[in-house]
Ligand binder design. Structure first.
Ligand code: 6PG
Length: 232
């Protein structure tokens, strides 16, 4: 299991300020190595304040390419779109020149759009400089929800793709998620989550690699450093 760097904060504002500094440092490293940097961005309700801070930070954003870690299969102007979230909170103001690769492509379902999305992702500078992930209380990251055949495949060594469609019974829409292969094609992974329940789930995920807690697949590997940023 990879050594996990835990950053525990007694206040979310301080967490976001530190995480911003760490991300800027990492992106600077990517730009100094190859004049470009790449970062995957989580959706959800947690990272918004961080994205707003990034959009208000002077940086060579024109040299940075962002992509979501997952996407609902909706148009980019739909309220549930992660692309919309990122464009509304991050790619604006001082960061308006940043590049963006969306995961939604043509087709009625992710399986129809898979080839196009995979081709778009091929232009991401690899290894990714930063992968920022949230985590659900069921231990999912991106849209790798436990208990699904799609997730099992996207987490497996058989999956050579960077993205994969996710169907979950009961959901309004299907999703496109980045796969374990893609998430681990990175220099570092930051896991950002709040609250005691999620911390408990995370600690459980450190005890064994299991499909019931997909986040555990990010921990039981030996190549990519993982840092946790947590506050109550
Ligand atoms: C999404 C995210 C998802 C999110 C977790 C946590 O598209 O919703 O990529 O993986 O990070 O569900 O969500 P919260 O931050 O809202 O708790």
């Amino acid at each position: 299991m990879i050594k996990i760097n835990k950053h525990i904060f007694d206040d979310r504002e301080r967490l976001f300020d530190q995480l911003l500094k760490d991300i800027i440092r990492d992106l600077e490293g990517g730009i100094s190595d190859r004049d470009a940097a790449s970062m995957l961005l989580s959706g959800g309700t947690t990272p918004g304040p961080l994205y707003e801070k990034m959009s208000d930070t002077e940086f060579s954003w024109e040299k940075v390419i962002f992509s979501p870690t997952d996407e609902r299969w909706v148009e980019a102007d739909h309220p549930d779109s992660n692309e919309k979230l990122i464009r509304d909170t991050l790619i604006k103001g001082k960061a308006s020149e940043a590049g963006f690769i969306g995961l939604k492509s043509a087709g009625a379902a992710p399986s129809d759009g898979q080839k196009e999305t995979e081709e778009k992702l091929a232009s991401l500078p690899l290894p990714l400089d930063v992968v920022l992930l949230g985590m659900g209380e069921d231990g999912h990251v991106a849209s790798l929800f436990p208990g699904l055949q799609d997730t099992k495949y996207a987490l497996s060594d058989d999956c050579a793709s960077l993205c994969h469609g996710i169907h979950r019974d009961g959901d309004d829409v299907d999703r496109m998620t980045l796969t374990l292969k893609c998430l681990l094609s990175s220099k570092r992974i930051y896991l950002l989550f709040f609250g005691g329940k999620k911390l408990e789930v995370f600690e459980k995920a450190t005890t064994e690699k299991s499909g019931t807690l997909p986040v555990s697949y990010l921990l039981y590997q030996d190549d990519v450093p993982v840092s946790v940023y947590w506050a109550e």
